[in-house]
Design a binder for this molecule. Structure first.
Ligand code: ADP
Ligand code: MG
Length: 211
């Protein structure tokens, strides 16, 4: 297969995600104003701006250390629930990829799975709790299933993008069972989850840069 992912491509993914978060910052914060504390966009934008700055400082590094750096930066600059959760996602991907100079599509799928598992270990969210899990889990499933079915990485990531967007949209009617939004009970129904919305950006950025 000619689907290897270079560290440069993975870095482009992180930078593209940072750009999309900056672009959507106010929208993410508005979504969080409805069912949280109106900081998801500013939180994540601060974290991803710091992550890009850290990459600019880092110089040449392997895929694993690069993603680990992003995760550490997110943990230390983003407060609240999403800092540790996004931080763990990147840290686990970094650990899963280790020192490989060039990452196969299957390995990328496994790294995404490890990241998802880390989010679950950390936040204990399950399907339909109305969290970032509801966009991330279907996206990771779609990547791995697509690759197993023989799709190119680009095609598998396109499916993942659609799956993340569908998962994001499906959070609107859900009743929140994790995080701040859960304090609202029934009043959380009818609002799109901010974390699922930012995860859809992360997956869209992957489809834009890694295919
Ligand atoms: P905070 O809720 O601390 O203000 P953010 O506003 O940055 O943090 O992020 C809120 C998002 O975090 C939610 O929309 C949800 O997707 C996600 N989230 C919250 N708690 C959990 C959890 N336990 N597991 C997974 N995701 C969670
Ligand atoms: Mg918040």
């Amino acid at each position: 297969m000619n689907d290897d992912v270079t560290t440069a491509a993975l870095e482009a993914w992180v930078r593209r995600f940072a750009a999309l978060v900056a672009q959507e910052r106010d929208h993410l914060t508005e979504l969080d104003a409805a069912i949280g504390d109106a900081d998801h966009g500013t939180n994540l934008d601060r974290g991803m701006t710091a992550a890009v700055a850290a990459l600019n400082e880092l110089g040449p590094a392997g895929a694993g250390p690069m993603l680990t750096k992003v995760g550490m930066t997110l943990v230390s600059t983003v407060g609240g629930a999403s800092g540790p959760l996004y931080g763990t996602l990147f840290l686990r991907m970094g650990t899963a990829l280790g020192d490989t100079p060039s990452v196969t599509a299957d390995r990328l799928g496994e790294a995404l799975r490890a990241g998802l598992d880390g989010v679950v270990a950390r936040g204990k969210a399950q399907a339909e709790d109305k969290t970032m899990y509801d966009a991330l889990a279907p996206a990771v499933d779609a990547v791995q299933r697509g690759l197993k079915d023989g799709l190119s990485l680009g095609a598998a990531l396109d499916r993942a993008r659609a799956a993340a967007e569908a998962g994001r949209d499906a959070t609107t009617p859900m009743l929140a069972r994790k995080g701040r939004a859960s304090y609202l009970g029934e009043r959380s129904v009818g609002h799109q989850d901010p974390g699922a919305t930012s995860v859809a950006l992360l997956v869209a950025a992957a489809a834009d840069t890694l295919g």
